[in-house]
Design a protein around this ligand. Structure first.
Ligand code: E4P
Length: 217
């Protein structure tokens, strides 16, 4: 499973990017607003930092507007993947942009039937929102598992991008459910890398290492 980071804050992308684990970045309108930056400017800066897929979401709600906007954002940089909502207009735009050779990420997916529609419209990525499914008392990881199973059975190549990831256990469960990619917030990356036994073990090694001079004397 590959890792994307789910943020539009460049300092967060730079820090996690330096770990050498990032294959891409996802943004959405809320994340762009939270960054306080201009949409195009921040997407281009991210594209210069990360060599992988950068999802940039359209804000038009009609198919014609989405297609126009999608073509514009895709022209900004070769790494841009156009993010489209899972609506009838989003499916129509997905089909048209796919025909243009533009990669798409169909977002706000909450069911297997929705995921099957997105795949048939040519989506490069489908984004089921695990955390938001959990929030309403359903099982977000089960949704990811079932989408992957349906895609494998149908010979569908659309990649399952586990989104709305809330904690490290979600990442582990998404990987075991067969997700191709997980898009992970900065805070969760920081939680993933930490373990108290790693800190304790390293502290012990360093204390022992500092004693080596004493042993020689
Ligand atoms: C997906 O690409 C979205 O940006 C994101 O994962 C949504 O997560 P949230 O439910 O934490 O807002």
């Amino acid at each position: 499973m590959e890792f994307f980071i789910d943020t539009a804050i460049v300092d967060e992308i730079r820090e996690i990017g330096e770990w050498g684990v990032l294959a891409g970045v996802t943004t959405n309108p809320s994340l762009i607003v939270a960054s306080g930056r201009d949409f195009r400017e921040v997407v281009l800066e991210i594209a210069g930092m990360v060599g992988g897929a950068i999802s940039a979401e359209v804000t038009a709600l009609d198919a014609e507007g989405m297609i126009k906007e999608g073509r514009e954002v895709a022209a900004w940089n070769e790494h841009v993947v156009v993010k489209l909502p899972l609506t009838p207009a989003g499916l129509q735009a997905c089909k048209a942009l796919t025909a243009d050779g533009i990669r798409t990420n169909v977002t706000l997916c909450f069911s297997v039937p929705q995921a099957l529609l997105a795949a048939r419209a040519g989506a490069t990525y489908i984004s089921p929102f695990a955390g938001r499914v959990d929030d309403i008392g359903w099982d977000g990881i089960q949704l990811i598992r079932e989408i992957k199973e349906a895609y494998v059975l149908g010979g569908i190549e659309t990649k399952v991008l586990a989104a709305s990831i809330r904690h490290p256990m979600h990442v582990q469960q998404a990987a075991l459910a067969g997700a191709d990619v997980a898009t992970i917030p900065y805070k969760v990356f920081k939680q993933m890398v930490s373990h108290p036994l790693t800190d304790k073990g390293l502290d012990g090694f360093m204390k022992d290492w500092a004693k080596r001079g004493e042993a020689k004397q």
